[in-house]
Design a protein around this ligand. Structure first.
Ligand code: SF4
Length: 290
């Protein structure tokens, strides 16, 4: 059996990230680890160089755990694991290793929500904050645009498990998340995300659920091959979803500016690998592979 300490991960960037929702980024930033690869294949992926084309470099579990402690020393509010799902139980070992090295801030499990229940159960007690997507309310669209078979059932079961583990989001006196779940939903054009079905499900879990309704869609990667995806979201499409969430009585909503598709790029401030500052995920990745 392979020893956990020999595990290798592939990571595209490690940084203090100020572009997450306010309770996650706070004032000091979220210590974010962008894992290379993804268990989905979204044709519209903004980060396709990382998720689909393998951009990133190998790093041992030991070194990765130490990077987490380094970020903690810099004052980050949490450790944010982006696209961890395809690492399965190795993420469990990674978190345990970091805790052994002195990590004592919350872990954020930031996934596309296509997570197995078996792995989530192993993460119970190790992850303090879950930040899953709810990408689709219809399996046929999930299969067509993300190659995700049975997405709706798997996603909803995962969100229920996450909620059962950590409950609604709890904030400290400064408004920083310390525990709980925050769900993200990217509204797609032409109702391809079936947003109302997604919100019906979320509100059935809890009206107090924190939900980030995202307007930042813009056609990336292979979206141009699908005319129905090859445009921005209209204001009417976006605000119809926001209005519906409010009609359902959901009050803990994060709403984006409709212009966010122009400005949205994860804000990366300090790369621990290259020790340089940057403002965009893609440029430093091209220049600073490690
Ligand atoms: S789940 Fe996210 S990172 Fe993965 S392919 Fe889809 S959009 Fe890209």
């Amino acid at each position: 059996m392979e020893k956990s300490k020999s595990y290798q991960f592939k990571v595209a960037n490690i940084c203090l990230h100020h572009g997450e929702e306010p309770p996650i980024s706070g004032t000091s930033g979220s210590g974010t680890f962008f894992f290379t690869g993804c268990n989905l294949k979204c044709v519209f992926c903004q980060n396709y160089q990382i998720s689909q084309e393998g951009l990133g470099s190998s790093i041992s579990i030991d070194d990765l755990a130490e990077k987490m402690v380094e970020l903690q020393k810099q004052g980050t509010h949490n450790i944010n694991l982006v696209s961890p799902t395809h690492y399965g139980s190795r993420i469990v070992d990674l978190i345990k290793s970091a805790r052994e090295k002195g990590l004592n801030i919350p872990i954020v499990y930031n996934s596309n929500g296509y997570d197995s229940l078996a792995i989530l159960k192993q993460l119970k007690g190790l992850v303090q904050i879950y930040m899953p997507d709810i990408k689709y309310g219809d399996d046929s669209f999930a299969l067509k645009y993300s190659s995700a078979k049975g997405y709706v059932g798997i996603n909803q079961a995962a969100i229920k498990e996450m909620f059962n583990q950590v409950g609604n989001l709890h904030l400290d006196e400064d408004g920083i998340a310390i525990k709980g779940i925050l769900v993200r939903h990217l509204v797609l054009p032409n109702n391809l995300s079936q947003s109302k079905d997604c919100l019906d499900f979320l509100s059935s879990i809890s009206k107090d659920l924190y939900v980030s309704i995202m307007s930042q869609y813009h056609p990336c990667y292979k979206a141009g091959e699908h005319p129905e995806l090859n445009r921005l979201l209209s204001p009417e499409e976006y605000y119809a979803v926001v209005d519906y969430a409010e009609e359902l009585g959901m009050e803990n909503l994060f709403i984006q500016e409709l212009s966010s598709h122009k400005t949205y790029l994860p804000q990366i401030q300090l790369c621990l690998i290259c020790q340089t500052y940057s403002s965009c995920i893609l440029q430093p990745l091209a220049d600073h592979r490690y």
